[in-house]
Design a protein around this ligand. Structure first.
Ligand SMILES: Cc1cc2nc3c(=O)[nH]c(=O)nc-3n(C[C@H](O)[C@H](O)[C@H](O)COP(=O)(O)OP(=O)(O)OC[C@H]3O[C@@H](n4cnc5c(N)ncnc54)[C@H](O)[C@@H]3O)c2cc1C
Length: 418
């Protein structure tokens, strides 16, 4: 049973990385997953549903994962949670968002239907963890992957603490700055700064603003974008996208004092709907702030017995909020491939051929349609505002079709269809 034993070995004498003799001494047949984010956790749960035992290695020092603010789970992500029978428990604290209302600094522009559960990242992480504990999945913390090596039968993972682990194959679910990706495919291509810095918070509605009941407001401000929804339980979820900051140094944005950051945001929204400034000024919890990175499409997601999923393979446009839902799709499809294909290399090749066209089509669509940058000139703004309602409606029809995506767990994976 998973979780009862460990297959992490600390080498006693040999420090020779990639020692094939050392491979030969261990014959573990379990899956190794690097990273216990949404992709890694969901993959372990889907593998468990398929009767495959997996061990997760996570660099964080504990199971506590309350980082991040909130994101959206779209119908395609919810579908996977439903297949796992955990949609209700994982999404319990979420808020159903039925429409986006777009406006600029002075008028309403468009209302677009949607079907999203807006929820704290930490709540989803806790829900997945609870189910992993239920299923007795072995999660090892403080295991920061440094290198990987493989032969024709096994994979060896080495960690920063000097320990090693062996498995029949390895799934790299270690996020956008994935070490697994770099270990297998090298440093190029690498994530790049998207030019956008996001701030967000969930703050008490001390202003007494009326709940927005299923509507999320999207305001194309003069200098930056702002989104908010007012919950019925007395809280406001808001985020801001700004584009006026040159690529920051690592940790630079995060280190800025709250008071300074707040003052800066208030200044940015000086000429916009006054509700923005009121919400920011009334925020007395820590405002999360971070530069957003994107990844170019990469040629391959797998090499023999190692395969990438989630942000490690294809960084979502974070602007589209599809990161978690696409990670959930990856998790269920890779588990099906491993369940149905004769060996891991074939499973990973099939996974990649099934997933890549859909993921890349979605990325292309959402990257184009979710640029929340406001043109700098009056004429540019006029033209953008004129076309925005039409652009949004067209983009929305396409993306909603793509988000209404069902993966049939019971259908066998044979060739390029699932
Ligand atoms: C701290 C954090 C906060 C986030 N906040 C938001 C947010 O507010 N809004 C939003 O839309 N998206 C947010 N995201 C991104 C969002 O979670 C992902 O786009 C999506 O859920 C897909 O996740 P993933 O599991 O592929 O990658 P991630 O969520 O990035 O998870 C990767 C996991 O791998 C672990 N890891 C990284 N390197 C190693 C290593 N070398 N060895 C072992 N483990 C490693 C990380 O600790 C993490 O647990 C956040 C991600 C993180 C990590």
């Amino acid at each position: 049973m998973a979780g009862k034993e460990t297959i992490t070995y600390t080498p006693a004498t040999s420090t020779h990385y990639g020692d094939m003799d050392e491979f030969a001494q261990h014959k573990p047949d379990r899956a190794m997953i690097i990273g216990s984010g949404i992709a890694g956790m969901a993959a372990a749960l889907c593998l468990s549903k398929a009767g495959i035992e997996a061990v997760i290695y996570e660099s964080r020092t504990s199971s506590r994962d309350s980082s991040g603010s909130f994101f959206g789970i779209h119908p395609n992500g919810r579908d996977v949670l439903e297949t796992l029978d955990i949609a209700d428990s994982v999404l319990a604290g979420g808020i159903a968002t039925r429409e986006f209302h777009f406006s600029n600094h002075k008028r309403s522009l468009a209302t677009i239907p949607t079907d999203i559960v807006t929820i704290e990242r930490g709540a989803v992480a806790r829900g997945l963890l609870a189910e992993a504990v239920n299923r007795d999945i072995d999660i090892q913390y403080n295991k920061k992957l440094t290198t990987v090596d493989q032969n024709e039968n096994q994979v060896m993972a080495s960690f920063e603490d000097g320990s090693r682990a062996y498995g029949a194959y390895l799934i790299g679910a270690d996020g956008i700055h994935s070490k697994a990706r770099r270990a297998v495919f090298g440093e190029s291509p690498r994530p790049y700064y998207s030019g956008m810095v996001r701030s967000s918070a969930i703050t008490e509605n001390v202003l007494g603003i009326k709940p927005t009941y299923g509507t999320t407001n999207m305001i194309m401000g003069r200098n930056a974008f702002f989104s908010y929804l007012v919950r019925q339980d007395g809280y406001i979820n808001w985020f801001s996208n700004r584009f006026d900051i040159q690529e920051p140094l690592r940790g630079e944005i995060e280190a800025i004092q709250q008071a300074d950051w707040k003052a800066d945001l208030l200044h940015l929204y000086e000429d916009d709907n006054p509700i923005i400034k009121a919400i920011i000024a009334a925020t007395d919890v820590q405002i999360q702030k971070y530069p957003v990175y994107d990844m170019p499409l990469i040629d391959n997601w797998h090499k023999e017995r190692i395969c990438l999923i989630g942000d490690a393979a294809h960084t979502p446009s974070s602007k589209a909020g599809q990161g978690a839902s696409m990670a959930l799709e990856d998790a269920i499809i890779i588990a099906k491939c491993l369940r149905d294909m004769p060996d891991p290399p074939q499973a990973f090749a099939t996974f990649e051929s099934l997933r890549k066209p859909r993921v890349e089509a979605l990325l292309r669509k959402t990257r184009k349609s979710t640029d929340s940058r406001t043109p700098r000139t009056v004429v540019g703004r006029f033209i953008a505002d004129l076309f925005l309602p039409i652009d949004l409606k067209i983009a929305n029809q396409t993306t909603r079709r793509m988000y209404n995506y069902h993966v049939n767990w019971d259908e066998l994976v044979k060739t390029n269809k699932h």
